[in-house]
Design a protein around this ligand. Structure first.
Ligand code: HEC
Ligand code: HEC
Ligand code: HEC
Ligand code: HEC
Length: 217
């Protein structure tokens, strides 16, 4: 009986560790280290996005290495019922859009040709390279109060306890704002994502669970 229990516990541990080892950016959709599709030749995983020493002074957060988007003015999401209207995308969303607005090649970073393919179709999040009207708003304050506005009574503000996969909501709201990285785990480190296996999301979409983390509907 005791032996069986130990065996079960050991098996669970092994399964758990193996499951965790599978998560991460290596081998994920964001591992371009030797991608033929995206014409990246560096053997390095991080380099398409970060480098220990970068020449990039226009997007100087997080040692950003990828060339910035060529779009100067986006059309942000707008609606009459928003509590905090988003302005131009900033912070982490700008990092994602340096590839996902489709205006810049994936291999546009120091040491690479910069002339390879850029994203198209569903991966191109800004329609036409600049239009964000059809996308969930980003770069607005989660709590409009933080921007001198009125809090939305239909949002859950228990941000230190709301789970977004491996993180709590407050940890994925840089500067208090919703960004692409609030919903997506760019490094594929969220355990729940590996279970669900889709779109690098921090929380499952089954039953719209992720939407209901924030929206009281
Ligand atoms: C496809 C682009 C991409 C790749 C590849 C990538 N990162 Fe990131 N990284 C980002 C973005 C975007 C952010 C900011 C959003 C976030 O933190 O979720 C970030 C944030 C970070 C941060 C700061 C925030 C945190 O999570 O601690 C560190 C450290 C980091 N990355 C390290 C790495 C390392 C090390 C690698 C390679 C093993 C790597 N990244 C690969 C895009 C990338
Ligand atoms: C260096 C360019 C680059 C950056 C920066 C980048 N991505 Fe991507 N991303 C890609 C490419 C290219 C793909 C498609 C990979 C493939 O299917 O071969 C992709 C795929 C995805 C996917 C689809 C994953 C799937 O399972 O189908 C999501 C979601 C995504 N990216 C979100 C983000 C978010 C959010 C950020 C910022 C936090 C980001 N990406 C930053 C290039 C990038
Ligand atoms: C409020 C949460 C949320 C935010 C913010 C968000 N996304 Fe997503 N994104 C999703 C969900 C949910 C899906 C999956 C939709 C589906 O599969 O039906 C998705 C899908 C994607 C895909 C995959 C498209 C495909 O069909 O392969 C990419 C790429 C992506 N998002 C990038 C981004 C980028 C870039 C940003 C910031 C500009 C962003 N997302 C902001 C929730 C979000
Ligand atoms: C991280 C928290 C968060 C998640 C997760 C999230 N949202 Fe949102 N969403 C917001 C915030 C904040 C706003 C802006 C609310 C405001 O200012 O009125 C918003 C705005 C919206 C709007 C536009 C509202 C308007 O008045 O124009 C819709 C629709 C929406 N979200 C649907 C969704 C759906 C569907 C999902 C799941 C796929 C989702 N959201 C996931 C935080 C989130």
């Amino acid at each position: 009986m005791k032996k069986t229990l130990i065996l079960v516990v050991t098996l669970l541990f092994v399964v758990g560790v193996t499951g965790m080892a599978m998560a991460g950016v290596v081998g994920s959709k964001h591992d371009f280290s030797g991608s033929v599709t995206w014409a990246v030749t560096t053997g390095e995983v991080c380099k398409s996005c970060h480098a220990p020493h970068t020449t990039n002074t226009t997007m100087d957060t997080l040692l950003w290495n990828h060339d910035p988007s060529t779009t100067v003015n986006y059309i942000p999401y707008a609606s009459s019922t928003l509590n905090d209207a988003p302005g131009q995308p900033d912070s982490h969303s700008k990092l994602c859009l340096s590839c996902h607005d489709g205006t810049v090649s994936i291999n546009a970073f120091p040491g690479e040709a910069g002339t390879g393919p850029s994203v198209t179709g569903p991966l191109q999040i800004a329609d036409g390279g600049d239009n964000l009207m059809g996308e969930h708003p980003v770069s607005m304050y989660y709590d409009a109060l933080q921007n001198g506005g009125v809090s939305d009574p239909d949002l859950d503000y228990n941000i230190t306890t709301i789970s977004m996969g491996a993180a709590t909501l407050d940890e994925v709201l840089p500067g208090g704002k919703v960004q692409c990285s609030t919903c997506h785990d760019v490094h594929n480190n969220t355990p729940v994502e590996t279970v669900v296996g889709t779109k690098l999301l921090r929380v499952t979409l089954t039953g719209s669970a992720m939407c209901l983390r924030c929206h009281i509907k």
